[in-house]
Unconditional design. Structure first.
Length: 132
């Protein structure tokens, strides 16, 4: 651990639940601000926390070794994710405050751009755009 002159913890270095090394940066009030560590599958992970210690950003890797970037709201719920499809194409998903996916931007099986719009419950509203 690293402490300031008042004995407040500013940095923790420890073994995480995955059994790997982890770093946890803290504010002058000893609140979590940034985590660097790894997932159970051995891939890396970075989380950024707001002043209420809710994770608002996450960079990491999926279980299929694709990249992942997530943005969360102030409550720590995912509202945007960027990752890769099974075909190694990019996928952008937007979620509402109820944690339902409401928009998906990515490719079809031929690599053409596709936009799906879903209602507040996550049900498809428009089919696939562009219409074929």
């Amino acid at each position: 651990r690293l402490y300031d002159q008042n004995g407040t913890t500013l940095l923790d270095i420890y073994q995480n639940d995955a059994g790997a090394g982890a770093l946890l940066l803290k504010s002058k009030n000893s609140k979590n601000t940034c985590y660097i560590g790894s997932y159970n599958n051995g891939s890396g992970q970075i989380k950024v926390y707001n002043s209420n210690e809710k994770a608002v950003d996450e960079i990491g890797s999926t279980t299929s070794d694709n990249g992942y970037f997530g943005v969360n709201n102030f409550e720590g719920n995912n509202i945007l994710s960027v990752t890769s499809s099974k075909n190694a194409d990019g996928i952008v998903s937007v979620f509402n405050r109820n944690k339902n996916r409401i928009c998906v931007l990515g490719p079809d099986d031929n690599g053409n751009g596709v936009l799906n719009v879903l209602n507040s419950s996550g049900q498809n509203m428009n089919g696939v755009w562009p219409k074929h």
